[in-house]
Write a protein that binds this ligand. Structure first.
Ligand code: GAP
Length: 677
């Protein structure tokens, strides 16, 4: 589990996760698989609790949200319509030596001395590599000629090269080669020269290579890396050509591990590809979904018709998503397989609200938006969902102080989006701003996505995605002409803008404006395509946030001066993997064991109980503290009636302050339910 060494807190968290069975590296016995993580016994319970709480808050506790559970593999047309096939890519750069890739925007600046090489030539005949000292005279002459030739990068030096090679009878460079380079310049020239030289001079590699050494490191180590590179591309005993060094300050051009200069950035699609059915052909390509959202849009009409919902309403889904991230990092924060909890909340366009209610309610940043109103437009709904989601995080133990917000700037927003607010959590690896305050990293994004998604699926599938609203039709008929003209024009402009931006190459301006006119005319008939607000959260990021938030250490020193650091995971009881530990005071007293097992069986149907009879009571408490169990119940002799007034009472111990009190067994279940739900 590789973490940056300097992040001590993260190292402790990663180690606890493995030691206590929260998170393991996937396929660990085979060396692990980068970007994939498994949840152990405690992690699985924690995750289940979080998903249940989200599902409960988003669907069962509301009248206006219905659930969905769709497949991971869907028609590839869905990903065409959503734009993922064409644009779901990160710019990445590759280390030409190790082939490791990094995201172009995530390379840390580095300084040092860069060693540039023009290429390498095979040492011959069978000459051993002898860096920094004399090489075989024959090789040296040819190497010099090649060096000159490559450095000049011009056809005029080809003759010299040809002659020097011929002189040694090593190669017959054809004069015709010269013609290859006539009229070619720049990058094309580079490529042509490399190809021609490769074909004509098989013992030469004219690829340039640069490696950065930190200040103070001997140049031999750059030569060693360069030799590795030229060996990996086919030369057995490369002699390096044209070494040149230069000072580099804060450059993001070098791979952070190998120090090798990265290849030029190129787009890298993040979707995992597979095939369905027995034939592996272009027609059978499918993708593992990179988000759960698109299934919701694709099933919008079915859910609308079967759930008897009306706009505004939402569809919620929890499930796996897959992204072939270029650089998975920060433990589970950026993984290649993860889970999302997404809500697509469909609302009426502002023009429709205005037609029905006369105006659209515009919230201020301080507006208290707890119960939705019919005159809310997209801004109020967006703000409402941001606040709802923050309330959810508070309810499971993440206080407002641990969170942050990022309001995407117009430059960051997708062209169809009107706003997007990211809710951030201040992770141990989160960076600080210029004032020294921790900024936080994204836990969830809440986007106002206009009617883009449904419109795209309507266009690609040919199936109507609009809804009919009789309130709109009735209201429209009563609007003064001036008002209906104004709303019509606004809706027309919006549709035309969308249609223009997502037009297929063969669509004409005339066709676009005809379609926009048809769409705007639909308002009078009570028809429109719903807009959407999308709160989209990552389960794994939330689990990591809850673990980081819960992690707490106390160092105690005993009478002999020996100090011990104990970890307590202070999870909110709602998410805690184990709700209560049940212990008989002694395991060799059958009456105590029997009573403790009765208590366990009483609680078990309602919550996750951990029964433990081994070790001292102190050790058992410590084990549960580390697992984050908020309550422990001990059955002792008083429970059995040693003191008659305490018959059928137990000791309950609170994890966070270690306080204990007695409680009647008959009141225990109710008490625990009130704390853990
Ligand atoms: N449908 C919108 C959507 O997928 P996103 O911002 O790409 O938006 C939503 O993803 C959430 O999914 C993020 O806020 C994050 O919590 C989670 N997520 C995205 N990529 C992830 C990854 N590689 N590993 C873990 N979680 C990820």
């Amino acid at each position: 589990m590789a973490e940056p060494k300097e992040n001590v807190q993260m190292e402790k968290i990663v180690s606890l996760c493995k030691r206590r069975g929260f998170v393991f590296q996937s396929s660990e016995i085979y060396g692990g698989l980068n970007g994939f993580w498994d949840y152990g016994p405690l992690g699985a319970e924690l995750k289940r609790n979080v998903k249940e709480l989200w599902w409960h808050a988003m669907t069962r506790q509301r009248d206006d949200v219905a659930g969905l559970e769709a497949t991971i593999i869907m028609s590839p047309q869905i990903w065409k319509a959503s734009g993922h096939v064409d644009t779901f890519a990160d710019l990445m750069r590759e280390c030409p030596l190790t082939k490791k890739r990094v995201r172009a925007d995530q390379v840390e600046p580095q300084s040092g001395i860069a060693f540039n090489y023009l290429g390498a030539i095979e040492s011959f005949p069978n000459e051993p590599i002898n860096i920094g000292s004399t090489v075989h005279a024959e090789t040296n002459v040819i190497a010099k000629a090649l060096e000159k030739y490559i450095a000049k990068e011009s056809p005029s030096s080809l003759k010299d090269l040809s002659q020097s090679l011929k002189k040694f009878g090593q190669l017959n460079v054809d004069e015709e080669l010269k013609n290859l380079f006539q009229g070619i310049t720049g990058e094309q020239f580079d490529q042509a020269i490399q190809k021609a030289v490769k074909d004509a001079v098989p013992f030469l590699n004219a690829e340039k290579f640069t490696v950065l050494l930190p200040h103070g490191k001997p140049p031999e180590s750059a030569q060693k890396t360069a030799i590795q590179f030229y060996q990996s591309s086919g030369l057995k005993n490369p002699i390096l050509l044209g070494e040149r060094s230069e000072k580099i300050e804060n450059s993001t051009d070098f791979h952070p591990e190998s120090g090798v200069k990265l290849n030029e950035p190129r787009p890298f699609n993040l979707m995992f590809k597979t095939h369905y059915g027995p034939i592996e052909s272009e027609e059978n390509i499918a993708y593992l979904r990179p988000e759960t959202a698109q299934a919701i849009f694709a099933q919008f009409k079915n859910v609308l018709e079967t759930s008897r919902q009306r706009v505004p309403f939402g569809i919620a889904q929890v499930g796996k998503a897959f992204r072939n991230e270029v650089t998975p990092r920060n433990f589970t924060f950026r993984s290649r397989e993860f889970e999302q909890m997404e809500l697509e909340f469909f609302i009426k366009p502002d023009e429709v609200i205005e037609a029905i209610h006369g105006s659209v309610f515009r919230p201020t940043p301080n507006s208290q938006l707890q119960s939705p109103e019919p005159n809310w437009g997209w801004q109020a709904w967006h703000q409402y969902w941001v606040e709802e989601r923050v309330r959810f995080y508070e309810d499971i133990g993440l206080s407002r102080e641990t969170l942050g917000f990022h309001h995407q700037t117009p430059a960051e927003l997708a062209h169809y989006a009107r706003a997007c607010t990211d809710i951030l959590f201040k992770f141990p690896f989160s960076k600080k701003d210029e004032h020294g305050n921790v900024v936080g990293d994204e836990l969830e994004g809440i986007a106002a996505r206009s009617d883009f998604d449904l419109s795209q699926h309507q266009r690609f599938s040919g199936k109507p995605m609009g809804v009919f609203d009789d309130e709109l039709r009735a209201a429209w008929a009563k609007l003064p002409k001036e008002k209906s003209d104004e709303l019509w024009k606004r809706y027309y402009d919006h549709r035309k803008n969308y249609l223009t931006k997502s037009a297929k190459p063969d669509e004409t301006a005339e066709q676009i404006s005809k379609q926009a006119t048809e769409d705007a005319n639909g308002l009078a008939k009570g028809q429109y395509i719903p807009h959407v607000i999308e709160p989209s959260a990552g389960v794994d990021r939330l689990i990591l946030a809850l673990i980081a938030n819960a992690y707490s250490e106390v160092t105690e020193t005993d009478e002999k001066g020996k100090s011990e650091t104990r970890v307590t995971m202070k999870f909110h009881p709602r998410v805690a993997p184990i709700k209560v530990g049940v212990f008989p005071l002694l395991k060799n007293k059958p009456e105590l064991v029997k009573k403790a097992q009765d208590v366990r069986d009483l609680l078990r149907p309602w919550m996750n109980v951990f029964y433990d009879e081994t070790g001292s009571i102190g050790k058992r408490y410590a084990r549960q503290d580390e697992a984050g169990t908020p309550f422990c119940v001990t059955i002792d002799f008083d429970t059995l009636g040693e003191k008659p007034e305490l018959l059928d009472t137990v000791t309950i111990r609170y994890r966070d302050d270690g306080k204990q009190e007695r409680l009647k067994i008959s009141e225990l279940l109710q008490f625990l339910l009130s704390k853990t739900r």
